[in-house]
Write a protein that binds this ligand. Structure first.
Ligand SMILES: Cc1ncc(C[n+]2csc(CCOP(=O)(O)OP(=O)(O)O)c2C)c(N)n1
Ligand code: SF4
Length: 478
C-alpha cells in the first residue's frame, strides 16, 4: 500500500489571509510550534470524523489565527475567555466537539479563572494549551510559565521569583481537580514527542466524542521570535530548559474508570421555574390589553446621569411598566465603580416583538439628567427622536441637533418643591411618558403605588408625577 502524505483533511484548502497573499503561507514565524500543533489537530479531526460538529475557539495571542486554517466551526473569543465561550457552545449544542486552543499568557494569566472553573465543572471540552513560556504575539513579555531567570522584554535581567513568583505548572494544577478525565503534557520537539502529542490530542478528542468530559493537553512549543533564537536552537531549548521544569508525562487518565457523562441540555422548562418561584405568569398589575400590545411602537430608551440621581431605578420602573403590560422588556445598566457621584446610565428596550439586543445604540428617547450625559449621548438619538433634558442641571439649549425634539424639565426644582429631591428621576420618567404617550401617566402612578412600600414616599412620588405632568401639559402639549 502506498501512503500519500499531504494536507490533513481537517484544514481548509487555502490559507488566504488577504487578497494577493500566497495562499499557502501561514501566519506563523519559521520554527514556531503552533503550525505543528495545528497539523496534529487537523489530522485528528479528520480521522475521528468530527470536523462537521467541531467548534474551535481561538482567543487572543498567536492562537488567534487558528480560524484561518481549520475546516470546522470557528469562534474568536476575548483574551482568556475561550473556556467560558466553549462552555456555552458545548452546553447549547450537546454532541458537539469543543476545542479551546490557548497560549500560556492567555490561559495562565488573564484567563486563569475561566480555565480552572471550566476544568472543575468538567465541561465536555478539549483544551489544547500551547505553552511557549512567553507572550509571543505582543513581542515577548513575561508569561506565568516564563522560567526563572529567563530574559523577556519585561524581565530584562531575567525572571526574579521573589518578585514575579514561580513559573506556574498548569497541568499539575488542573490534574488535582476531580472532574478532568485526561491531563497530559507533551512537546513538539522531535518525531518521538510529536507522535506522543498526536496520541494525546487524539485521546482527548476521542474521549470528548464519547462524552467523558474535560481533557487538557499541554504542549511545550517554541517561540523563536519571542525567545530571540534561531529555530533549531529554540527547539533544543525546550528539551534543555523547559522539560526539566515542566516534565513530559501523563498526569491523569481516568477514561477507563469513568462512564460517559449524561448529556444535559440547558433548556429549563419555564413553567417549572414559574411553579418553583410560586408566581402566576398571567398575574399582571395591568389587565392584558392585546390592542395596546399590538399597537405599541418600539421604545429604545437611554437614561443617563450621575450615580445617586436614580437613573437605574427610573430604568427598572420603565421596565416594569413594560413587563406589567405584557411587552417584551430588557434593562441593561452601565455604571462606574463608584456608588455615588460616578456616571450611570441604562438601556431599556420595550417591544411587542422579541428583543434582539438589550443595547440601545440609537435611542428613540434619551433622558439626560445632567450635562455630561447630554454631551455624550445626545448624538446617539435617532433623527426624529426625543431628548428629555434636566434643565435644573443643564444650562441653555441643546443646539447640537436640529432633527430631534427637546423637552426642558426642571426636574430637581419640581422634586425639591415637594420635599423629595430623590424623585427627580420620576419627574424625568413622567415627562417622557406624558410627551411620548408610550404609556399612560396614570399607569406610572399605579406602579409606584404597587411597588413602593412607604406610604409617605408613595404620596411624594405621586405628587412629583402630577406636578411634572402639569408642567409638560402647560409647556409642551396643546
Ligand atoms: C483583554 C486584552 N488584554 C491584552 C491584550 C494584548 N495581548 C494580545 S496577545 C497577548 C499575549 C498572548 O500571549 P500567549 O497567550 O502566551 O500566546 P502566544 O502569542 O504566545 O501564542 C496579549 C497580552 C489583548 N489583546 N486583550
Ligand atoms: S511570535 Fe512566537 S508564537 Fe507567535 S507565531 Fe511567532 S514564533 Fe509563533
Amino acid at each position: 500500500m502506498q501512503e500519500v502524505l499531504g494536507k490533513p483533511e481537517g484544514f481548509v484548502d487555502n490559507f488566504v489571509r488577504k487578497p494577493g497573499d500566497y495562499p499557502k503561507v501561514t501566519h506563523y514565524c519559521p520554527g514556531c510550534g503552533h503550525g505543528r500543533v495545528h497539523k496534529l489537530i487537523a489530522e485528528a479531526m479528520a480521522d475521528l470524523e468530527i470536523s462537521d460538529k467541531t467548534v474551535l475557539i481561538s482567543p487572543v495571542g498567536c492562537t488567534v489565527f487558528a480560524y484561518y486554517y481549520f475546516d470546522c466551526g470557528n469562534i474568536q473569543s476575548a483574551h482568556g475567555r475561550a473556556p467560558a465561550v466553549g462552555t456555552g457552545v458545548g452546553r447549547s449544542n450537546p454532541g458537539s466537539i469543543t476545542i479551546s486552543y490557548q497560549g500560556d499568557g492567555d490561559l495562565g494569566a488573564i484567563g486563569t479563572a475561566e480555565i480552572i472553573h471550566a476544568a472543575n465543572r468538567g465541561e465536555n471540552m478539549t483544551v489544547i494549551f500551547v505553552n511557549n513560556g512567553i507572550y509571543g504575539m505582543t513581542g515577548g513579555q513575561m508569561a506565568p510559565t516564563t522560567l526563572e531567570g529567563q530574559v523577556t522584554t519585561t524581565t530584562p535581567t531575567g525572571r526574579d521569583i521573589d518578585e514575579a513568583g514561580h513559573p506556574m505548572r498548569m497541568s499539575e494544577m488542573i490534574a488535582t481537580l476531580e472532574a478532568p478525565v485526561f491531563v497530559e503534557r507533551t512537546a513538539v520537539t522531535d518525531t518521538k514527542n510529536i507522535m506522543k502529542t498526536r496520541k494525546a490530542i487524539r485521546k482527548a478528542l476521542k474521549s470528548q466524542k464519547d462524552g467523558y468530559g474535560f481533557s487538557f493537553v499541554e504542549i511545550l512549543s517554541s517561540c523563536p521570535i519571542g525567545w530571540k533564537m534561531k529555530p533549531v536552537a529554540a527547539n533544543q531549548r525546550i528539551t534543555d530548559e523547559m522539560v526539566p521544569y515542566f516534565p513530559l508525562k501523563n498526569f491523569k487518565d481516568e477514561i477507563e474508570n469513568r462512564s460517559p457523562r449524561p448529556t444535559k441540555t440547558v433548556d429549563p422548562d419555564p413553567n417549572k421555574i414559574i411553579e418553583v418561584l410560586g408566581v402566576d405568569k398571567d398575574e399582571r398589575l395591568f389587565k392584558k390589553d392585546q390592542s395596546f400590545i399590538d399597537n405599541f411602537k418600539d421604545q429604545h430608551v437611554r437614561i443617563a446621569g450621575f450615580g445617586g440621581q436614580g437613573v437605574l431605578l427610573a430604568g427598572t420602573t420603565l421596565g416594569y411598566l413594560g413587563m406589567e403590560t405584557g411587552l417584551n422588556t430588557t434593562w441593561l445598566p452601565s455604571y462606574g465603580p463608584e456608588m455615588r457621584g460616578g456616571t450611570a446610565n441604562c438601556h431599556i428596550v420595550l417591544s411587542n416583538k422579541e428583543v434582539g439586543s438589550p443595547l440601545v445604540e440609537k435611542a428613540s428617547t434619551l433622558i439626560a439628567m445632567n450635562q455630561p450625559s447630554l454631551n455624550e449621548f445626545g448624538v446617539t438619538v435617532k433623527p426624529g427622536g426625543l431628548i428629555v433634558i434636566n434643565s435644573s442641571t443643564v444650562e441653555g439649549k441643546y443646539t447640537e441637533r436640529d432633527d430631534v425634539t427637546c423637552l426642558y424639565i426642571p426636574m430637581n426644582e419640581i422634586a425639591e418643591s415637594l420635599g423629595v429631591m430623590q424623585a427627580a428621576n420620576m419627574a424625568a420618567l413622567t415627562a417622557y411618558l406624558a410627551y411620548s404617550k408610550a404609556f399612560d401617566v396614570d399607569m406610572l402612578t399605579s406602579l409606584i403605588k404597587a411597588n413602593f412600600k412607604k406610604k409617605t414616599l408613595i404620596e411624594k412620588n405621586v405628587a412629583v408625577i402630577q406636578k411634572t405632568y402639569e408642567y409638560v401639559k402647560e409647556n409642551y402639549l396643546n
